[in-house]
Design a protein around this ligand. Structure first.
Ligand SMILES: Nc1nc2c(ncn2[C@@H]2O[C@H](COP(=O)(O)OP(=O)(O)OP(=O)(O)O)[C@@H](O)[C@H]2O)c(=O)[nH]1
Ligand SMILES: [Mg+2]
Length: 353
């Protein structure tokens, strides 16, 4: 399963434009609100220059990058939970995503004040909280009858649902609340939207995005300022033209790549690589997983027959021109099942088949 991100925001914020920038797919982008009705979904490769370098040094013909799923839905308006605009049922498409990208538009209107922007942000926060509240209320209706039979688990659940309701009624996202491990296990089943990590995309015009005032965003939140229409144009270009384009705007990398990196950091992910036969491949996994779990991502047979893994950091492998040279210099090591995989490790698994 690929990691997944859902794009939220008010109508006309540039959500589908950002989707196009991330996926290079042609989707409906219109100047009128509610141009997206059915969600746009795509699985796209995560760019990683380490993988191309590894493929080159190992002569791999096939390069398989890790991928991420992006889902773009309709816009949220004030009162969506009561059916305004397109309502909020479409948020159901985002229940299983790992992270939300909240697009906030600051382009196009020079008289837009900080208060206007704050109000735009608030609409989305509130509507997400109200959508979660609906889930909590429905759950309560299911659990309450069990309480009458003296069910202890039901009492635990109801106490927790009370807490959730109290926060959501105040319009607060649940990601800001601390839960104990038992509560987390229960909460994971509910797939609440405001528990998911959120990255803000501040969508600005071409001449504003390099010098933004970010004071409207919550402190300590991750904000990526960009110009979505520029990024969408960039997605259509081939590599040489892309570099010229970036240079013209004084950028080293595209802001959408930066956005993917922020998502990756927030989700506490890391990447390991495998080189096998003619294929070099990247795998994105939770940071700090054990070697045997990493093996399981590649194939369940490798996990069940796991013997050990030869491990080397990607840059050492490249510096020595391949595994043989690196091994001679003692740069690789043989690790057991409990080894914690590091970002940038290249893993060669040995297993009983
Ligand atoms: N100038 C400028 N226009 C943009 C930018 N991003 C999006 N737009 C324009 O804003 C309008 C809305 O863009 P969409 O991407 O369709 O917005 P959306 O959030 O998907 O809208 P809905 O699906 O209707 O909710 C289009 O006319 C875009 O061309 C930008 O960075 N700069
Ligand atoms: Mg759209």
């Amino acid at each position: 399963m690929a990691w997944s991100c859902g794009i939220v925001g008010i109508p006309n914020a540039g959500k589908s434009t950002l989707f196009k920038a991330l996926t290079a797919l042609d989707v409906t982008i219109e100047s009128y609100p509610f141009s997206t009705i059915e969600p746009n979904k795509a699985v796209v490769p995560i760019p990683d220059r380490r993988l191309s370098a590894l493929a080159e040094v190992s002569g791999s013909e096939k390069i398989t990058p890790a991928s991420i799923e992006i889902i773009d839905v309709a816009g949220l308006v004030e009162g969506a939970s009561r059916g305004e605009g397109l309502g909020n049922q479409f948020l159901g498409h985002l229940r299983n995503v790992d992270l939300l990208i909240h697009v906030v538009a600051g382009f196009g209107n020079s008289s837009l004040s900080m208060n206007d922007l704050a109000a735009r942000l608030e609409i989305v926060h509130l509507e997400l909280a109200l959508a979660d509240l609906e889930v909590v209320v429905r759950r309560r209706q299911k659990v309450e009858p069990k309480l009458r039979c003296g069910d202890k688990a039901a009492q635990f659940e109801l106490n927790l649902l009370d807490r959730l309701e109290e926060h959501l009624n105040r319009g607060l996202p649940l990601r800001e609340v601390n839960f104990n491990p038992d509560e987390k296990v229960f909460l994971d089943q509910l797939s609440l939207l405001t528990r998911k990590e959120m990255v803000f995309v501040y969508n600005l015009s071409e001449d504003q995005f390099q010098n933004p005032d970010l004071s409207v965003f919550p402190t300590e939140s991750k904000v990526v300022p960009l110009c979505a229409s520029l990024e969408a144009e960039l997605a259509d270009l081939d590599q040489p033209d892309r570099e010229l384009f970036l240079e013209a705007y004084g950028l080293k990398t595209s802001r959408t790549v930066q956005l993917l990196r922020e998502c990756y950091t927030l989700l506490e992910l890391s990447t390991f690589f495998t080189i096998k036969g003619t294929e070099a491949r990247a795998w994105v996994v939770p940071a700090g997983i054990r070697a045997v779990e990493a093996a399981g991502k590649v194939h369940t047979d490798i996990e069940s027959g796991f013997i050990n893994a030869e491990v080397i950091q990607w840059d050492c492998l490249i510096a020595e021109g391949g595994l043989v040279g690196a091994r001679e210099k003692g740069l690789s090591s043989i690790e057991g099942r409990d080894y914690r995989v590091q970002d940038g490790d290249v893993l060669y698994f040995r297993f009983r088949s």
